[in-house]
Ligand binder design. Structure first.
Ligand code: AQP
Length: 328
C-alpha cells in the first residue's frame, strides 16, 4: 500500500479551503492507502501564537479531522511536536538546502511582506514541511495547490540527498483536488481563503453558525454582470462560489451554470447558503461530540506512538547514511 502524509496548522478554525483542498482527500485516501495525518503545531509557531490558544487549536483541528471522517482505525492521527524526528530531520535538511532556493518561496514572500525582519522559522518552514513528509517515506501528499512549490522543494531535497549520499528518501508526489484545490477569499477572490485573514467574512469555517455562513456568502464579492458563469479571469468571485457549490454538492459547474441561467446572483447565493449549511451540519455535530472527550486524547497519544516508531527507523537510516552519531 502506498503511504500518504499530510498536515494542517492549528492556527485557527479549519475553513472550506482547508476542507475542500486537503481534508476531503484525507478521507478519500484512507481506504486504500496507509495514511498519516498530523496537526503541525511546530509550523504554527513560525508566527506568534498565544500558548493557551495554540493548545486549544491543536485539539480543535484534531477533532475536526475526525469530524470530517478521518478514521483513527484506518489512519494515524497525531501532533507533530509529539514526534521529535520532525525537528531532527528538519535540521539535517536545512543543512542541505540553500538560502537562495528558500528565498524564492512565494508563501515566505507573502508572509514576510513589508516586514523589516521575519522569524528564521518562517523562512525555513518549507524545509520542516519536507522533513514532515520524508520522515514517513511518503509516496503521496494530499494538499491544496498553494503547496505546489513546497512539494517541489521537498522532491528536490530528496533527490539531491539521494544522489549525494546513499538512497535515503522516497521521492513523494503531491495530490491535488480537481474542484477545491484553491478556494479563494470571499471578500477578495484574488487571494486564497485563509485562517489568519483579518476579515472573518473572507472565509467560512467548518464550525460557523448558519447565520454567519449566510452573512459571509450573501456579502461575497461578485461582479455587476449578474450572470452565473465560470470565468476565472473576468469573473473570479462568482467562479469561486461556483467551485465551492460544485465541490460541496457534487453537481458539475456546467450543470450549475444551466440551473441558474436567467437567474441573478441572489438566488444562486441563497441556494449556496443552504448547500453549505447542510454539508457542514453533520461535521459540526460530530465535532461537538468528540472535542472534549478523553477518546480524542487517547487517539492522539496512540497516533504519536505509531508515528514515532516509523520516524525512528527513518532517522536511524538518515544518521547511518550521513555518518552522524556513533552508528551503534
Ligand atoms: N484556500 C485554500 N484552498 C484550498 N486548499 C487550501 N489549503 C489552505 N488554504 C487553502 C490547504 O489546507 C491544508 C492546510 O493548510 P495549512 O493550515 O497548513 O496552512 P495554509 O496553507 O497556510 O492555510 P491557511 O488557512 O492559509 O492558514 P494560515 O492563515 O495560518 O496561513 C494545506 O494542504 C493547504 O494547501
Amino acid at each position: 500500500m502506498k503511504r500518504v502524509f499530510s498536515g494542517v496548522q492549528p492556527t485557527g478554525n479549519i475553513h472550506l479551503g482547508n476542507y475542500l483542498g486537503a481534508l476531503k482527500q484525507f478521507v478519500e485516501l484512507q481506504d486504500d492507502h496507509e495514511c498519516i495525518y498530523c496537526i503541525v503545531d511546530e509550523h504554527a509557531i513560525t508566527v506568534p501564537q498565544d500558548p493557551k490558544e495554540l493548545r486549544e487549536h491543536i485539539l480543535d483541528v484534531a477533532a475536526l479531522y475526525l469530524a470530517v471522517g478521518v478514521d483513527p482505525k484506518k489512519s494515524i492521527v497525531f501532533v507533530q511536536s509529539d514526534v521529535s524526528g520532525h525537528a531532527e530531520l528538519g535540521w539535517v535538511l536545512c543543512c542541505n538546502s540553500s538560502t537562495g532556493e528558500l528565498s524564492r518561496m512565494t508563501q515566505f514572500k507573502d508572509k514576510s511582506k513589508n516586514k523589516e525582519s521575519a522569524p528564521t522559522g518562517l523562512f525555513t518552514y518549507p524545509v520542516l514541511m519536507a522533513a514532515d513528509i520524508l520522515l514517513y517515506d511518503t509516496d503521496v501528499v494530499p494538499v491544496g495547490n498553494d503547496q505546489k512549490q513546497h512539494i517541489e522543494l521537498c522532491r528536490d531535497l530528496a533527490i539531491r540527498i539521494n544522489n549525494k549520499y546513499k538512497k535515503t528518501f522516497v521521492v513523494p508526489e503531491g495530490r491535488f483536488m480537481k474542484a477545491g484545490a484553491r478556494v479563494m477569499a470571499l471578500d477578495d477572490p484574488t487571494k486564497k481563503m485563509s485562517k489568519s485573514a483579518e476579515n472573518i467574512h473572507s472565509r467560512i469555517s467548518l464550525l460557523d453558525e448558519p447565520s454567519k455562513i449566510k452573512k459571509s456568502i450573501m456579502k461575497a464579492t461578485t461582479d455587476s454582470e449578474g450572470i452565473v458563469k465560470f470565468d476565472i479571469e473576468n469573473k473570479p468571485g462568482i467562479s469561486n462560489l461556483l467551485s465551492i457549490y460544485s465541490a460541496l454538492s457534487g453537481i458539475s459547474i456546467e450543470d450549475l451554470e444551466a440551473k441558474y441561467e436567467g437567474k441573478g446572483y441572489g438566488d444562486f447565493k441563497k441556494d449556496l447558503v443552504e448547500v453549505t449549511v447542510e454539508a457542514l451540519a453533520p461535521i459540526k455535530a460530530r465535532y461537538e461530540e468528540i472535542r472534549h472527550s478523553e477518546e480524542l486524547i487517547e487517539i492522539l497519544k496512540d497516533g504519536a506512538a505509531k508515528a514515532d516508531a516509523i520516524a525512528q527507523k527513518t532517522m536511524a537510516r538518515v544518521k547511518e547514511n550521513f555518518g552522524l552519531g556513533l552508528g551503534r
